[in-house]
Design a protein around this ligand. Sequence first.
Ligand code: FE2
Length: 410
Amino acid sequence: MPFYQRLGDVPSKRHVQFRDNGTLLTEEVMGMEGFVGMESILYHLQSPCRVMKLGDFEEIERDEWVPDAHAHRLFNTYDIDPGGDEITGRRLLMWNNDVEISLCRPSESAEYYFRNGEGDEVIFVHEGSGTLETIFGDVPYTEGDYVVIPRGTTYRFRPDGEQRYLVFETPGRIEIPKRYRNQYGQLLEGAPYYHRDIHPPTQLNTHRDRGEFPVKVRVRDGYQTYVLDYHPFDVVGWDGYLYPWTFSVHDFEPITGRIHQPPPSHQTFQGQNFVICSFCPRMLDFDPRAVPIPYHHSNLQSEEMIYYVSGNFGSRKGVNVGSITLHPSGLPHGPQPGLAEKSIGVRETHELAVMCDTFHPLRLTKFAKELDDGKYAYSWYENAQNGDGAAAAETSADGDATGAGLTSHL
Ligand SMILES: [Fe+2]
């Protein structure tokens, strides 16, 4: 997506004869927005329309939980049981018409092939590594990678070790924020990452096998299975702007200011009515008068979901690795009592967190209810009851004088 790529063999011109051992190859233009958006052109051994058998259609069911009270919430996800594969193991936590956010801790790897026919995906790899085999070639991934998969990409995971993902699926597009690019699409000097940090498919393997190959396609709010009589990765070459890629959260260059920088400075991707941000280890605000911890804020039109990836979040009561906080729209949120005072003079934070801010309300699932701690909404009140000093003393007792436990956004 971010720049032109080519893998394998393509003819010198578009839409001309191109043969493999004398057989005319099938050219497929895979593109967005009719014929005016980003596209890639793929050359197949077989027609990509060729289907041997239409399989089952499974409707997607979302088991909604409507809480009794509108409140800030904390979900502890780290101990969820492994289950399913990289697709069926996605357990929906929250969603709206723009984005679905799921956890996935697969216990097995899918043997079938998958394609999201109605949405782009970002898979944040919290734990594990492996290779995403795709119709565009192999995409190696490791812990900390955002794997960005445009709709229409047929793929299959080949995991190495235990896996844990945070998955975003959207009917819109996942894009690099426009303000990071110049009029030619090149990433600007001030952008928090550069083209060298973006990793397209590394190697194209053309498969010529015949047999029965099930492909599950997400379409019309469900999963339609097709059986092909040829391997779906039958591409001999492709070129264009549309392909899967990875970007490591560890390559995000955090922006620090003399005083507190707002969340948009951490933005990593833009979506349709939502953003994804990365909170990375960094130096904190350096003005002697600065309060390095965030000010209270009311994102009156946003829902703010933060997934805590690594670091010591001791300063945030009840928040551990794998925790998710949800600060819904219409309510103010901010540091718990005592933490603003404690933060003064702190020079750095070691946190790593992924945030998704949506501009429309998120609905919750019954799975979210199972993980809801039920007490988080009272955490400001409980600390106030203990006195500000008590809260500060509690966090200082972690022996964390460096700010390693200081959550720099919430
Ligand atoms: Fe916030």
